[in-house]
Ligand binder design. Sequence first.
Ligand SMILES: [Fe+2]
Length: 460
Amino acid sequence: MRGGRHGADEGGRRPIPAGMARIMMGERCGNGDARTASGTLNEREALLERFVAVRKLTDALAVSLSAEDQCIQPMPDASPTKWHLGHTTWFFETVILAALVPDYRRVDERFAYLFNSYYESLGPRLPRPRRGMITRPGIEEVRRYRAEIDRRMACFLRSCDPHVWESARMLTVLGLNHEQQHQELILTDIKYALSLNPFEPAYGPRKHVSGGGPAIRFEWLDSTGGTVVVGHETKPGFAYDNEMPRHSVILAPYRLGNRPVTCGEYLDFMADGGYRRPELWLSDGWGCACSEGWVSPLYWRDEGRDGWSMFTLHGRRAIDPDEPVCHVSFYEAAAYATWAGARLPTEFEWEAAASGELVAGNLLDPEFVHPQAAVAGEGLLQAFGDVWEWTRSSYDPYPGFRPMEGVVAEYNGKFMVGQLVLRGGSCASPPGHLRATYRNFFPPAARWQFSGIRLAQDVS
Ligand SMILES: [Fe+2]
């Protein structure tokens, strides 16, 4: 990621290459423009293929939603689907095309104000809580914007000068990972929005999923700790700046739960007065639980003699006690751990345990987005997918951390205060997006992500 050249004035003094002119004039740009020097034909086509696949998945996530569904903003933290569609497109247009194409002309200058998320260096923007007020452009215009930037990006990736290829490649990979993050947010944000609809409509029908049944028995997995190396190498492969540099940490002997905490186990906590016993809670957490009136995870509802139900993206239904508990805040996770005679893992304990695991699991499938019970296997189960796992680690820079250069320096580093790290990904994380070093982060009171609990203990 470092070394990306994306200054707004880069290349402005060069004559406009023919392929670039076509990008701006709306002409077609076919394979005949593909360069063979830096950025071989195969490299360029492979990246373009990935670009198309990621963009299509985003479009697919919105296909079952009405225009009205895609416009509302149920709380400041949850953005409308339409805004996600526009923002991810704006990211490619701003960070890549506007920066690397000489004399680039934007599709619509107003979109910079509407779809800039938090980049101070890119000028004024619509305040976040007002994203739901964007009734115009309508969804069809945003879709046309996406299609036009898809066309320009395809043309650019096929025909850009060899000397900008490396910057183009790195920034496109960043843009694709950025879009994948928003794919998850589209799902978590629309889930929150639909849950507030008086009739709690489903995002989509649940595809038949085989399996189910009793969750595998809880066990502790002991680790001797010691000096472990965490974080991502600068190369090869993509990682965000917040995962680097790779460095050593010392871990005391510890143990982790073999699977995340289930709904059934969490019901035991609730039945034992978990939400009524301040001694189990961090002071801030207890204050938050009281002021917000929390008595259960988000989306749960007491149905009296019928027990508890939960809203899912596939409609409301009874709690499945074998599924991982989901939509809990850090505060709830920490209170549960205290009640269970345990604690939450540090992010490094989690990474050391998960680094040998295959990055696979219950990941994003638009037809079924919900955590599933762990019914088979041994060792560390569900490390990836199902639910993000709260850690006890503050989201801090690693020793020697350097933000990416240019506009994207604002991507991660400036959020490194007041947030907790989550690890492992969820059922809404797209395949191909996760790795053992991946650091997600949210404030401790956040509950609308697919966030759950894995227990840890010291080994004395
Ligand atoms: Fe973003």
